[in-house]
Design a protein around this ligand. Structure first.
Ligand code: SF4
Length: 231
């Protein structure tokens, strides 16, 4: 049954009908929310950064699609871009929950108050931890951008919502020692699941980052060291 009475509205830049990888262990549809306040050089969805874009999918169309897939998917992941940028997110999540779906969220954690507002409707969160908190601007291009992420991490830890943290490693932007240090800090403060992911060239518009992607040592060696820190 499709809830067409919903007043929720979300600017959606893309929709993946079926994914087994965006929410571990769940078959999900992924809703790519339009807009992001950051400018990460390695962004692989740069078309989602502007707050508005041509080719958006109407929210009612997304709800219609999800109505037709009821019973065939476990959940819906709100990804981006940055989903918490949009004021309509809490209501949109509630409309999707009313269709019987579990709700996942990908976030950069830059809006802790908005994250707190949606946590009651969320079953799982994947939050990026991009850099040492005091040096976030080197990745995001935005001064002081690590402070709200630290706040969001504290919120997640206190909430009881299942979550994982994720760090993307590019040799020009984050050394292996720094990535390990981030992982140690996350483990020490109670994070149970942390993912390190290697930079991917797909979608990246920064020619320097694409050219300089060669790593000084195998990524698997870093992943193994990080793996020892988490249960
Ligand atoms: S936070 Fe995510 S969507 Fe926004 S610029 Fe960075 S990588 Fe791209």
């Amino acid at each position: 049954m499709i809830n067409m009475d919903s007043q929720a509205s979300l600017r959606v830049g893309g929709l993946t009908p079926l994914s087994a990888s965006d929410w571990p262990g769940q078959l999900s549809a992924v809703v790519f929310c339009q807009g992001c306040p950051w400018r990460c050089g390695y962004c692989h969805n740069p078309e989602l950064i502007p707050a508005q874009a041509a080719g958006e999918i109407a929210w009612d169309e997304v709800l219609g699609f999800l109505g037709r897939r009821q019973g065939l998917l476990d959940g819906v992941v709100f990804s981006g871009g940055e989903p918490t940028l949009q004021a309509g997110l809490p209501e949109a999540m509630q409309a999707v929950r009313a269709l019987g779906y579990r709700i996942g969220l990908h976030t950069g954690g830059m809006y802790p108050k908005r994250l707190a507002a949606v946590l009651p409707f969320v079953d799982w969160v994947g939050m990026d931890v991009k850099a040492p908190f005091e040096d976030y601007a080197r990745i995001t291009g935005v001064p002081q951008s690590g402070a709200p992420v630290r706040e969001s991490l504290a919120l997640l830890l206190a909430s009881g919502v299942v979550f994982e943290t994720r760090t993307t490693v590019h040799p020009l932007l984050l050394s292996d020692d720094e990535a390990l240090d981030i992982a140690r800090q996350l483990s020490a403060c109670g994070v149970k699941r942390h993912v390190v992911q290697e930079f991917r060239v797909q979608g990246c518009q920064d020619a320097l980052l694409v050219q300089a992607k060669a790593r000084p040592r195998p990524f698997a060696a870093l992943a193994e060291e990080v793996g020892k820190l988490f249960s």
